[in-house]
Design a protein. Structure first.
Length: 318
């Protein structure tokens, strides 16, 4: 992502890891043919859009931001954002939620989120071509999505390439996570801080279809709602705008004390995605992001690289 000043000069380049399930390119997940285009663990509609949304939140610090355009990832395109100095000083209650927000993979407490809180989330502006659908625990639609998650687990956990990539992003002890400052921390899995040569086979060995479905079943049953975000045409621009909507939802749920976690398995398998859309009566939309929400205890935070390692000053740009 490039940041431009008011004269359209590039002042910085923000590096964003972008994982794209291969359905973005050919409908298969994973796909050896497009391995180079689909080799990271963070969705582009989340990572790029969240970065932009965070920047939007920070505009209260006297900078106006404008998204100038979206170019295809396949041609090594960039998202261009213009910065201009303005005395906006716009306070936002969402801004303080940025460092607090976390993906909470815990089993929740089973409490249903009140209707008035759900109404607040439904009232968040989505803009054109983005759909946000809420499904309450106990409804037929909630059960449909749950079964799709289990089926998605069965497919992915029996796919060697998928499991290999997942394991590449696991951080097996404190020394490992401190060295990379990214990925999935051992603490998130509830694992002890033990030598890597011991931790790796243990953690890798318990990740399989049966254990994944058993764990997800507990988590789904303990959650209050599913939220499914969709696009109308499955375009890159719509992915980015969907991610911006998602970020608003996640920051608002954080402010409300509501936890969230991703269960995107049905969206990452093309056939399941189409089947789920049909069964939910939204066959003219493209399911893109699925999360569960509810009330749960905080999880350990995964480490993240500092901003200096992700931004290239203008003098270092090609």
């Amino acid at each position: 992502m490039e940041l431009l000043d008011s004269s359209n000069r590039v002042v910085a380049s923000v590096s964003i890891l972008a994982f794209s399930t291969c359905r973005r390119f050919c409908g298969q997940n994973p796909c050896r043919k497009h391995a180079n285009e689909a080799s990271f663990i963070v969705d582009p509609d989340r990572s790029c859009a969240m970065c932009f949304a965070h920047s939007e939140a920070k505009k209260r610090f006297s900078h106006k931001l404008e998204a100038l355009g979206f170019e295809t990832y396949k041609s090594n395109g960039v998202i261009k954002i213009r910065l201009s100095q303005e005395n906006l000083n716009i306070a936002s209650s969402l801004f303080p939620q940025i460092p607090i927000r976390q993906t909470n993979r815990n089993v929740y407490n089973g409490k249903i989120i009140p209707d008035d809180s759900i109404a607040i989330l439904k009232g968040i502006d989505t803009g054109p071509c983005i759909g946000v659908h809420f499904f309450k625990n106990g409804t037929p639609e909630y059960e449909i999505i749950s079964k799709m998650v289990y089926t998605g687990n069965s497919i992915q956990m029996n796919n060697r390439e998928f499991k290999r990539e997942l394991q590449q992003w696991m951080r097996y002890n404190k020394k490992h996570q401190d060295a990379t400052k990214d990925g999935l921390s051992y603490a998130v899995f509830g694992a002890p801080n033990i030598p890597r040569f011991i931790a790796k086979p243990i953690i890798s060995g318990v990740i399989h279809e049966k254990s994944q479905n058993k764990n997800d079943r507990k988590k789904i049953e303990s959650s209050s709602h599913f939220i499914l975000l969709t696009t109308s045409n499955n375009t890159i621009e719509q992915w980015i705008n969907l991610g911006r909507v998602l970020e608003r939802i996640l920051l608002r749920t954080t402010e409300m004390g509501v936890s969230h976690a991703y269960l995107n398995q049905p969206n990452e398998v093309s056939d399941l995605s189409l089947e789920m859309a049909q069964k939910l009566g939204i066959s003219n939309e493209y399911p893109t992001i699925l999360i569960r929400i509810g009330y749960g205890k905080k999880m350990p935070y995964s480490l993240r690289r500092n901003i200096e390692s992700c931004i290239l000053p203008i003098e270092h740009l090609p």
